[in-house]
Design a protein around this ligand. Structure first.
Ligand SMILES: C[S@@+](CC[C@H](N)C(=O)[O-])C[C@H]1O[C@@H](n2cnc3c(N)ncnc32)[C@H](O)[C@@H]1O
Length: 215
């Protein structure tokens, strides 16, 4: 299912602050090196949205779950002040080696810390205190309920949790789709809408983005 009309989608892409050369190079290299996986990267308009939200929240401490070749991490880190800290979680040394090169090139290497390993372990090992300003979830969908819980408890009041792919190409709407990933994202969407700890809105941006703000 196209979440929004492709013509509208194209129009949105051409009517936001465009990606700069660095992000364009990263997207092109990812496409060349990993043609089968490049579609996992956030789109330029979603990237711009991440930068803007990071700035609006005034985020200095953030966590990203699912870094891949680094597009979204760069967009988040760019919205932070120079002493900001983004913890980037992924399982792939290979894919994140591309991210690390681009962090260097962007001058963001001091702002981003990479943690390789299952993100569930990484998140559970973080201090329990609610000190995070922003978190972005964009990794294995089956673990979305766990990622949500581990991160929402660590968000400060007013902190923002963002989740990508919450529409799963429209499959969350249709109970006929019972793949584990779809069920987990559907379940996460229900958890969030019933969670008094947050106020939330789901946006039809690309494959759906939820914004959950900690009360
Ligand atoms: C959709 S991609 C992330 C795209 C990225 N946000 C971007 O803009 O380029 C999902 C990433 O999650 C990672 N991943 C998958 N399972 C994971 C796990 N259990 N723990 C941490 N990362 C995982 C994959 O290696 C992959 O890089």
């Amino acid at each position: 299912m196209d979440i929004i009309d492709p013509a509208v989608s194209d129009y949105l892409l051409t009517h936001c602050t465009p990606a700069d050369d660095l992000l364009r190079d990263l997207a092109a290299e990812t496409e060349r090196a990993l043609p089968g996986e490049a579609g996992m990267q956030v789109s330029p308009d979603e990237g711009q949205f991440l930068t803007m939200l990071t700035r609006l929240v005034g985020a200095r401490r953030a966590v990203e779950v699912g870094t891949f070749t680094g597009y979204s991490s760069i967009c988040i880190a760019r919205g932070m002040p120079a002493d900001g800290h983004l913890l980037a979680c992924d399982v792939s040394e290979e894919w994140t080696s591309i991210a690390q090169r681009y962090w260097q090139r962007a001058g963001l290497q001091d702002r981003i810390e990479l943690r390789i390993g299952p993100a569930v372990d990484t998140l559970r090992a973080l201090p329990a205190e609610p000190v995070l300003d922003l978190a972005f979830i964009d990794a294995d969908k089956g673990s979305y309920p766990i990622y949500y819980e581990e991160l929402v408890t660590r968000l400060r009041p007013g902190g923002l949790l963002l989740l990508d792919n919450v529409l799963m190409g429209g499959r969350v709407l249709d109970q006929g789709f019972q793949a584990d990933a779809t069920v987990a994202v559907r379940q996460t969407n229900e958890i969030i809408v019933g969670d008094d700890r947050v106020e939330s809105v789901m946006l039809p941006l690309r494959d759906g983005v939820t914004m959950a703000r900690k009360r």
